[in-house]
Design a protein around this ligand. Sequence first.
Ligand SMILES: *Cc1c(COP(=O)(O)O)cnc(C)c1O
Length: 228
Amino acid sequence: MPDASNASTSSAPPALAAVEQEILRACREAKRERASVTLIAVSKTFAADAIEPVIVAGQRDFGENRVQEAKGKWPALMAAHPGLVLHLIGPLQSNKAKEAVALFDAIHSVDRPSLCAALAKEIAAQGRHPQLFVQINTGEEPQKAGIAPGDADAFLAACHKDYGLQISGLMCIPPVDEAPGPHFALTAKIAARNGLANLSMGMSADFATAIQFGATHVRVGSAIFGHR
Ligand SMILES: *Cc1c(COP(=O)(O)O)cnc(C)c1O
């Protein structure tokens, strides 16, 4: 597990501004409103002292990929800075659903029935309703989490019918060695035919492309915080 010990870097706020400029440019090109895209600053492996300047610079949405690591640093940051929105973007074990529902405002990695059951139970027990995204394994990569594109419609129906979960959108992580556009397009197509408004797609290398294909949530780590 990463120890969240990456040192603070004063370059984060200028890097954040550069990412913001790129988002503005992509939105202009796609004839979209800037407000239709949420920038999630992915702070995994970075410690609170590296994250704080980015909060002070005005960033509100943050992403982490591990429940345990997030529990170690976010409660104090959120207490000090009201109004932050915390997103879980990494795989979630069913036995961590309780902690995840308690801590996160959005979960981007819903990907199997057993997790749906655990989330439904915790949502009912805690009365908290994190925004939920189903992860689609667009490249059908065996090592990657997510629902196969061909199974997506049935899984989304089951989320609603069998577990009473309200799914807000889809998330994807394209294969590293392929052009991302077709993967973003496929994810957008599955979302459209299922009536889902939100698309969590695009990382440091391809968030501008993702905005072209309709991303509503871009997950940007290294372009803001530096290398991990
Ligand atoms: C780490 C991570 C990101 C951010 O990646 P960068 O290339 O650093 O922008 C986005 N999404 C997920 C699921 C991640 O794990």
